[in-house]
Design a protein around this ligand. Structure first.
Ligand code: SAH
Ligand code: SF4
Length: 351
């Protein structure tokens, strides 16, 4: 086992794509091997993307959703959730405040909410880009290719839409009415349209094991994604998956670390989800491959209602306090808060 692990690690560190079997071996690291894996990922992070940590402020602007994903608290069948939408004015004001605090990326995220038509979102992006020196990421789920094109032409720089799981039957069971093939096609469209594309998966989903997780990592490599959000599945009490166990910290860190080895130049966040299952979750993630944090800048009164999963980190802190706390955390690790937009290499902005 030890020889196999060393072989898989060495192979990957020589910039060769590991096989599915080798990735499974890395994910099954035990004892001392786990530390070796994390240290290797940290070194690859330093050489691939450097010591800076990028802060991307996320505005969760609507928790309405027409989808019924079995894992998510925003699913339309959850009648116990208080729904909200930010007005255009509130979105602008929130983004202005975040930008004035030095954030160089704003992520606009929501449930799948057709209330915000393609035109409305594109106008919003145009307005934000004309007023503020920021990169914009959209994360609003499934839209048509025409809408993705509209967002891109409006100046949207990045799009986040996780593939969630590379197991096609699990994908369709967990996301009723949708399939993995369509999701992969959307990721391909986004790439063709010139976005910096973000995918990712949850770790610890029911019925998922190292085999599927190795498939997740290889799929992200095949798609050439520039960002990958890897977070633990956290069961939500008002969903069909409420009684399943969630993903573990070490398991999530291993997937993150192997993803870093396979995608040395990708932007990998220390996710809010990993910070929600362990008080040091984000710090630990920064030490095994992550180089991004996404502080929540949503107006405080709405934050408790964006309950994708329970006990989400950052539900109470003021944006200024969160940023101070994160700066301290980052400098305590001998790293620096990035001051640029944090685009991926080779990215061409449209404005
Ligand atoms: N509606 C959009 C964006 C909001 S959901 C979309 O689905 O893409 C953003 C992410 O939250 C999803 O990609 C999913 O990976 C994550 N998520 C949802 N429910 C979760 C849960 N119970 N535990 C952990 N992550 C979850
Ligand atoms: Fe809606 Fe996204 Fe939650 Fe699915 S994961 S229910 S699309 S918010």
């Amino acid at each position: 086992m030890r020889a196999k692990f060393m072989d898989a690690l060495y192979h990957t560190l020589c910039s060769q794509l590991p096989s599915h079997k080798q990735i499974v071996t890395l994910l099954e690291a035990e004892g001392e091997e786990v530390k070796e894996l994390f240290d290797a990922a940290d070194r690859v992070r330093a050489s691939g993307v450097g010591n800076e940590v990028h802060l991307r402020g996320i505005i969760e602007f609507s928790n309405y959703c027409i989808k019924n994903c079995c894992y998510c608290g925003l699913r339309k069948s959850n009648k116990q959730l208080t729904r909200y939408r930010l007005t255009k004015h509130e979105i602008l004001e929130t983004a202005e405040k975040a930008s004035s605090m030095g954030l160089k990326t704003i992520v606009l995220q929501s449930g799948e909410d057709p209330y915000y038509t393609g035109e409305v979102l594109a106008e919003m992006v145009i307005k934000l880009k004309s007023r503020l020196d920021i990169a914009i990421t959209l994360s609003v789920g499934d839209r048509t290719r025409g809408e993705y094109q509209l967002f891109r032409e409006a100046g949207t720089d990045r799009y986040l839409i996780k593939h969630e799981t590379s197991n096609p039957s699990l994908f369709s069971r967990l996301r009723p009415g949708t399939n993995l093939q369509d999701r992969v096609e959307r990721l391909t469209w986004l790439n063709e349209l010139g976005y910096q594309v973000g995918s990712g998966c949850m770790v610890g989903l029911p019925g998922q094991g190292p085999d599927t997780l190795a498939g997740d990592i290889l799929l992200m490599h095949r798609l050439g994604v520039e960002m990958a959000g890897i977070g633990p599945f956290i069961p939500h009490p008002h969903t069909p998956l409420s009684s399943y166990p969630g993903g573990g910290l070490e398991e999530t860190m291993k997937v993150l670390a192997v993803t870093r080895l396979v995608l040395p130049q990708a932007h990998l966040p220390a996710t809010t989800a990993v910070g929600s299952i362990h008080s040091d979750g984000r710090k630990l993630a920064l030490c095994c491959g992550a180089n991004v944090i996404m502080p929540n800048v949503t107006p405080m009164k709405y934050r408790p209602h964006y309950q994708i999963y329970p006990n989400k980190a950052c539900l109470t802190d003021d944006t200024g306090d969160i940023l101070d706390h994160l700066s301290l955390l980052i400098t305590s690790l001998g790293r620096k808060v990035a001051t640029d937009h944090g685009h991926s290499p080779n990215y061409k902005s449209l404005n």
